[in-house]
Write a protein that binds this ligand. Structure first.
Ligand SMILES: Nc1nc2c(c(=O)[nH]1)N[C@H]1C(S)=C(S)[C@@H](COP(=O)(O)O)O[C@H]1N2
Ligand SMILES: [Mo]
Length: 425
């Protein structure tokens, strides 16, 4: 795929804006931004001219470079908002280092996150609770801290493999990672607030509020999942305070579920008496058809269901694609496997387009919801073009499909991964 340029342009879209106008908007955008953050007094020109309300100012809260983006070797899909992933062979580590974790933003990165400024930040717990809370970082630090490795995967990972094509960020296979997260069990915080019997769902909010009047990115989870002992308010990633791009100072970790459930820059949990009904919970957003549909069909909206857990999946991280080898050279094959709420039973590989399969050595995950690893050695005796195919099975007997079942927004793609290898002479 084409790598987008890492250089920043001052436009906020692909269309050509004449230079002087472009610079004007860029400057005014910054001014309006500072004004909206309360760092300047009133009287900012962009605000006076109504640029904000007309949606002419980029919603980016700080530019990606200040948030340390792009990371090196990243495949950048877009800069505003910033979206980037890594090729599978760069995801070989057992625990994904922060510099290899994909980034998926719906709008900008808050100024606070870039400055690592937690003063003044509060996590508000309100709605169907007996006691509203507004917790500081110090308050959260007083709860017991839990550390877990957790697979975090965007619901749209694999979207570029859907046919016919669907709209949205064209993720290949790299919008997935398994880092180590440390924080407080969400249930302890909810218990401190005291859930009313009417509490059925959370509505999660973050500090990345668009300033163009559009609805902020907000999703929610059922109370049962919020009260699960594995669901965290994470304060650290791989042992460090959260990086700006990954949600400083706090984010949700909802193990096994799609990444969009894991609100970054978290500042409010609204406990609700009904399923959260923000824009990203309705219509075709993060929702999948209740039954299989023909590729290209759009089921009626009432047949769409909120996407929750991931399904069984695997990644081949060794060898790199398009390796050229001589006959009989052993090939070390390795990768990861994961299955949302389920366990992995086995991972099998084929080099003859799925006619014969052989089992691989499965390495157990560090903890529930971390990914499994698998490895094997293959030898190809004859010259030619081959593909290494990997197929994971979960403990419910469900395996990955050979072709990608279709849904309108390209969610939950888990078609088997295929890596080409050539045996030359
Ligand atoms: N506040 C906020 N939280 C968010 C998002 C966002 O845009 N804003 N994106 C979500 C989506 S769609 C995904 S896949 C994950 C990505 O997390 P990462 O950028 O740390 O990889 O964050 C989720 N949390
Ligand atoms: Mo996502």
């Amino acid at each position: 795929m084409q790598k987008t340029e890492h250089k920043f342009s001052s436009t906020h879209g692909p269309d050509a804006v004449p230079n002087s106008r472009r610079e004007f908007l860029a400057k005014m955008g910054r001014g309006a931004l500072l004004a909206s953050l309360g760092m300047f007094g009133a009287g900012c020109e962009a605000v006076d001219q109504g640029l904000l309300s007309r949606g002419l100012v980029p919603i980016v809260l700080v530019d990606a470079q200040r948030a340390g983006l792009p990371k090196s070797d990243m495949l950048v899909h877009s800069e505003r908002p910033f979206n980037g992933e890594f090729a599978p062979h760069l995801l070989n580590d057992d625990v994904t280092p922060t510099e290899r974790h994909f980034v998926r933003n719906n709008s900008g990165v808050p100024e606070r996150a870039v400055k690592k400024e937690s003063r003044g930040w509060r996590l508000v717990i309100d709605g169907e609770v007996h006691k509203e809370l507004a917790l500081s970082m110090d308050d959260l630090a007083r709860f017991p801290q839990v550390t877990m490795e957790v697979v975090l995967e965007c619901a749209g990972n694999g979207r570029s493999l859907f046919s016919p094509e669907v709209s949205g960020t064209p993720w290949q296979r790299g919008a997935v990672a398994c880092s180590e997260w440390t924080g407080v069990r969400l249930r302890e915080v909810l218990q401190a607030a005291g859930l009313k019997p009417s509490a059925v769902y959370t509505g999660n909010y973050g500090e990345d509020m668009p300033n163009d009047g559009s609805e902020p990115f907000s999703r929610g989870i059922p109370i049962e999942k919020a009260m699960d002992e594995h669901t965290l308010i994470a304060l650290k990633m791989n042992g460090e305070v959260l990086p700006a791009a990954h949600g400083f100072p706090a984010r949700l970790i909802v193990p096994g579920w799609i990444g969009s459930a894991m609100q970054k820059w978290l500042n409010r949990i609204w406990v609700r008496d009904q399923v959260h009904d923000s824009e990203k919970m309705r219509g075709y957003s993060y929702r999948i058809p209740a039954y299989p549909i023909a590729p290209g069909d759009k089921p009626p909206v009432e047949d769409m269901r909120v996407a929750t857990a991931w399904q069984v999946k695997s990644l081949i991280t060794r060898p790199e694609p398009h390796l050229e080898l001589s006959k009989g050279t052993p090939i070390k094959v390795r990768g990861h496997a994961w299955a949302g709420e389920n366990q992995i039973d086995k991972v099998v590989v084929s080099t003859d387009f799925g006619i014969q399969w052989q089992e691989t050595r499965l390495i157990q995950p560090s903890n529930r919801y971390a990914w499994y690893h698998w490895e094997t050695e293959l030898t190809l005796a004859n010259r030619g073009y081959y593909e290494i195919w990997a197929r994971a099975y979960d403990d419910m007997g469900v395996a990955q499909p050979f072709t990608q079942p279709w849904n309108p927004k390209g969610y939950l793609g888990n078609v088997i991964h295929r890596v080409p290898v050539s045996i030359v002479a």
